[in-house]
Ligand binder design. Structure first.
Ligand code: F6P
Length: 321
């Protein structure tokens, strides 16, 4: 194998640039020529591909977003798009591909794997919802961004003795809510992986007030329901409940990656190159404990399931009253 390529796909995540940088630098260090594909699988199909030099990735390790651009490209689910993508790779003499992204991107990587093209997945998403790894690139930065926002909201919540609902991202996963709920000292955390009842939420808020709490912060994962819906349900339960809703939205995806995300991305990028060098494709890298590992990507996608650490959920119950 002489030429490899990298693309970023799906929602951007802080640290994607650091991963691309590591792939380019480590790839060149190992004697590869490294190509960058713009706009994810869309650019793969259209042939938006260019050679990258070590200089092209200078000053990118600390930048949020992805300088290779990203796109959601559902058309890649069709065989026709996949074959076109492989044709483009062959046209450029590329023999191995690294795909950085979330589960949608992994599906594209699996399709290429099933067609026999050596592909390595690198988990990059703020949601931290990818099986086969404890952490994904971007999660640490996102939760620190959320924490900063909630710390600010707490000032206002306390000053006005109010209840704030903070809706955070995560798609169907509760990791962002769980970690930021604990980190911000939130009174309630609602995640899709755990049951809740409006009555309990309301009772806990009341109990806190009776105990002299001046503020209540509810961190709500978007996968449960929207912040507005929760506010309405609480009000329907008890018309004395007046809440303020903050939807943090895409601010959670931006910003300079934390040290942890930069290091993780560099480790993942380097491992992906090692694997292609050894002729190993059809896998995804991950970190379990402090070990960088890899797993069969088809098996991950078909049988793997990500679950948040529910001990953290219980922990919050024990320390948030
Ligand atoms: O997967 C990352 C993520 O930010 C999710 O948390 C969120 O549900 C989704 O992407 C939003 O997608 P889009 O940027 O396409 O609106």
């Amino acid at each position: 194998m002489k030429r490899i390529a990298v693309l970023t796909s799906g929602g951007d995540a802080p640290g994607m640039n650091a991963a691309v940088r590591a792939i380019v630098r480590k790839g060149i260090y190992e004697g590869f020529e490294v190509y960058g594909i713009n706009y994810g699988f869309a650019g793969l199909v259209s042939g938006d591909i260019r050679k990258l030099t070590p200089k092209d990735v200078s000053d990118t390790i600390g930048r949020g977003g992805t300088f290779l651009y990203s796109a959601r490209f559902p058309e890649f689910a069709q065989r026709e798009g996949q074959e076109k993508g492989i044709e483009q790779l062959k046209k450029f003499g590329i023999e191995g591909l690294v795909v950085i992204g979330g589960d949608g991107s992994y599906r594209g990587a699996v399709a290429l794997t099933k067609l026999g093209f050596p592909t390595v997945g690198v988990p990059g998403t703020i949601d931290n919802d990818i099986p086969g790894t404890d952490y994904t690139i971007g999660f640490d930065t996102a939760i620190n961004t959320v924490l900063e926002a909630i710390d600010r909201l707490r000032d206002t919540a306390t000053s006005h003795v109010r209840t704030f609902i903070v809706e955070v991202m995560g798609r169907n996963a509760g990791d962002i809510a769980l970690w930021t709920g604990i980190g911000s000292g939130a009174e309630q955390i609602l995640i899709p992986e755990h049951d809740y009842s409006i009555e309990n939420v309301a009772n806990e808020i009341k109990r806190g007030r009776e105990n002299g709490k001046k503020h209540t912060i509810i961190v709500l994962a978007e996968g449960v329901m929207s912040g507005d819906e929760l506010a309405r349900k609480l009000w329907e339960h008890d018309e004395d409940f007046h809440t303020r809703v903050t939807v943090l939205g895409h601010v959670q995806r931006g910003g300079s990656p934390t040290a942890r995300d930069r290091v993780l991305a560099s480790q993942f990028g380097s491992k992906a190159v090692d694997l292609l060098k050894d002729g190993i494709g059809g896998v995804a890298v991950g970190i379990i404990g402090d070990k960088v590992i890899y797993s069969d990507i088809v098996d991950l996608l078909e049988n793997g399931k990500h679950l948040p650490n529910l001990d953290l959920y219980q922990l919050n119950k024990e320390i948030s009253f």
